[in-house]
Design a protein around this ligand. Structure first.
Ligand code: DGJ
Length: 718
């Protein structure tokens, strides 16, 4: 149970999480002063800490920096405050300073979590409520703020981070781990040592999360944490629009990390009485290393963030068989690109059904004006030439084959060459009279406009109501540019409202069609973050399906997100990064470490390949609860996935060339029970748990050259 307690004598709060603590107090100056984020504290210890937080340490800060950069829980810009702030506003009279003081607090219990709300006020003009939510059984603390205009004139919010996380005082270097990348190369891990004062900024200014960085980080002292050991602090901003995370080592050598909306070009005006809630900036502390941080994120995200998967009684049999897990899907994009026809899709569906696929998805190209990427976006009805009798005959056939039917849409976009654009040219983002910039021949709809967002919702809802659809792939192949909004006196709001509208639409679609599974995609992985995972059931993390590169993408994705939540396809070659004929087994094994999909042109696969594919898919169905619901231990080339009930362990491995004679060492399985025995369900070999932990498992075929892969299932013996 998480607990939140308040000690009146020291005016301090202590939040107790599963295996960590968080504490702060009211300082002598009346502001909120951070005290502790880390290993568990005893309940009587906070009073002593409050004494420590005043006095010499703070004095030194002032002498050195001529500033007040003490660890305030929420840093309002104003006075002698020069470190990274969390809030900056402009009042109507031009006043731009903030002096936030504590006005009250509430502790409550809600929906399996302990809640704390602290009210801060800047006189009678602005109120800020800081929210803390600690779900029972986890180490993740959710923090966000609500900003309310309590004055008599408009307030312009120019910078509003959700939280600032203060790390323990430490004179040595902090290692910051983060992700960088681009299209087809998402989730690459990077790190930087923050040893001296300065800032490191991660951000997106694109109106979308972006391929370039993930709103996630870890920090550890000296870079000493390993996969399984050491203290790690980690955070994630739950926001799919422009975001920013600033890790700052202050002049006083204190580390803090502010994060939330990006303030670049931000101006969010609050009318009198109006309030706005900032996205969650979640954080966790673990003593179990980098892998421990990932497992903590995975468990919490599955339990508290992801929408549950609901299968209706009337769903096609294969979807019912998949139950609460993400189904094995076939997607026609790589096979046909825009050349989608009823006949061609039928042929693919029949092959897909033959290998055990559970869900058949028609991708881009099914609507009119879409012989290529040059047009059609916005006209969400079947192309009468490609589907002379509508989509129904194909859907019926897919159902006859026992599979669910899925459809691709890209509803935030519009092509110039579309009926929608001809009717509503003003719906696309544009700056004044300037011609908007096209990307992939498309413009972006101003979803911040309620009328445009309503149209998008009605249109997609109409598709789901009209056709028997079990899966919606929601794609987005460009970012916001030309961020103008004709007729609005506060166009900068679009940076926030676009994403809010997107979330509102997705939530309304899920509420109206609870058994439709939604996949978030943005040219592969440009919208992968904790925010979107609260509104869709799975995401695409990349278009790159080349096993060696995808293994790295998996690795990066798994730092923050549960591995089975990313759709991953088995592709033909040559395709994108897949430039060499890697065996089907390697392509399957890597895809089986995610939510398995098949993307190759099945009409060209040999009978032998189809039979092998069927065996892999059968195998995936057996291990699926462990991949999608288990605990992951990363061992570089191998992933160890332990069933939630500990009944089995799945090992999936992919390795690359190694120099002659350099055989792979056995993989030490750190998640197995040392006192149990495990039986390989294929070879029948029985292993002692302590040997698997201490000596390791030698992967089959691991002494050869070149790329290789393996998948083993070890069942715990009674
Ligand atoms: C980008 C996606 O990532 C692909 O899977 C595919 O859906 C294309 N868009 C279609 O335009």
């Amino acid at each position: 149970m998480s607990t939140i307690s308040y000690d009146e004598s020291s005016r301090s709060w202590l939040i107790g999480l599963a295996s960590s603590s968080y504490a702060f107090c009211v300082s002598d100056e009346g502001s909120l002063r951070h005290l502790h984020w880390g290993a568990p504290l005893g309940s009587g210890t906070v009073a002593a800490l409050t004494r420590d937080c005043e006095g010499p340490a703070l004095q030194r800060t002032r002498d050195l920096a001529w500033s007040k950069d003490a660890p305030d829980e929420y840093v309002g810009w104003g006075g002698m405050r020069y470190d990274e702030p969390t809030l900056k506003v402009t009042y109507a009279d031009g006043d731009r300073g903030l002096d936030l003081s504590v006005a009250g607090h509430r502790i409550a219990e809600e929906d399996g979590a302990a809640l704390l709300e602290i009210d801060l006020v800047d006189g009678d003009r602005l109120a800020v409520t800081l929210h803390y939510r600690a779900a029972h059984g986890f180490d993740v603390l959710e923090r966000w703020a609500t900003i309310r205009n309590t004055g008599v004139e408009e307030v312009d919010v120019r910078l509003a981070a959700s939280a600032s996380w203060w790390l323990p005082a430490y004179d040595g270097p902090w290692r910051l781990r983060y992700e960088h990348g681009g299209w087809g190369m998402e989730h690459r891990l990077g790190d930087v040592m923050l040893a001296t004062p300065g800032k490191f900024t991660l951000e997106s200014r694109r109106g979308m999360t972006g391929h370039q960085h993930t709103p996630w980080f870890t920090l550890d002292r000296d870079g000493a944490a390993t996969e399984e050991t050491g203290e790690v602090w980690s955070g994630q901003v739950a926001w799919s629009g422009s975001w920013k995370i600033v890790a700052e080592r202050t002049a006083a050598d204190r580390m803090h990390v502010a994060g939330g909306w990006n303030d670049f070009d931000l101006s969010y005006r609050l009318a009198v009485g109006q309030e706005t809630a900032l996205p969650v900036f979640a954080g966790l502390h673990t003593a179990d290393g980098l892998g421990g941080a990932s497992r903590a994120w995975h468990d919490w995200t599955r339990a508290r963030v992801l929408p549950s998967i609901e299968v209706s009684e009337s769903a096609p049999p294969r979807l019912r068989d998949a139950g609460p897990w993400r189904p094995v899907l076939y997607n026609s994009w790589e096979a046909t690109a825009f050349d989608v026809t009823e006949e061609g899709q039928r042929a693919l569906a029949e092959r897909a059904a033959g290998i055990g696929v559970e869900l058949f998805v028609v991708d881009d190209g099914w609507f009119p004006g879409r012989p290529s990427a040059t047009g059609g976006l916005g006209d969400w009805r079947p192309d009468p030439q490609k589907f002379p009798n509508g989509l129904e005959p194909l859907i019926d056939r897919v159902h006859e084959l026992g599979m669910g039917f899925g459809l691709w849409v890209e509803p935030e976009m519009v092509s110039r060459d579309s009926d929608l654009f001809r009717a509503h040219p003003d719906w696309a983002y544009r700056m004044g009279g300037r011609e908007p910039v096209e990307r992939r021949h498309q413009l972006m709809l101003n979803l911040a406009r309620p009328d445009v967002a309503d149209w998008v919702l009605e249109t997609v809802d109409g598709l789901l109501a009209r056709y028997d659809i079990s899966f919606l792939k929601w794609d987005a192949n460009r970012n916001i540019a030309d961020a103008g909004w004709a007729g609005s006196d506060n166009p900068e709001r679009l940076w926030v409202e676009h994403t809010r509208s997107l979330y509102r639409i997705l939530d309304a679609l899920r509420a109206a069609h609870p058994s439709v599974l939604i996949e978030g995609c943005a040219g592969g992985g440009a919208r992968v973050d904790l925010g979107i995972l609260g509104h869709v059931h799975q995401v695409s993390s990349s278009d790159n399906t080349e096993p060696s590169m995808r293994w790295d993408i998996h690795d990066g994705y798994s730092q923050a997100f549960p591995p089975g939540t990313t759709g991953t396809w088995v592709s033909d070659w040559p395709h994108y990064g897949l430039e060499r004929p890697l065996p089907l087994a390697q392509r399957f094994h890597v895809a089986m470490a995610g939510a398995l999909g098949v993307g190759g042109d099945l009409t060209r696969w040999s009978e032998e390949d189809l039979a092998e594919a069927a065996a892999h898919i059968e195998r995936y169905k057996e291990i699926r609860p462990v991949v999608q619901g288990g605990r992951m231990h990363r061992h570089g080339e191998a992933w160890e996935l332990v069933a939630a009930d500990d009944s089995e362990v799945v090992v999936i491995a992919f390795w690359r060339d190694r120099p002659i004679g350099n055989h792979r060492p056995p993989v030490r399985l750190t998640g197995v029970d040392a006192t149990a025995r495990y039986r390989d369900d294929t070879s029948g070999t029985s292993y002692d748990g302590s040997l698997l932990r201490e000596v390791g498992l030698t992967l089959p075929g691991a002494d050869g050259f070149g790329f290789g892969s393996a998948l083993l299932r070890l069942i715990k013996e009674d």
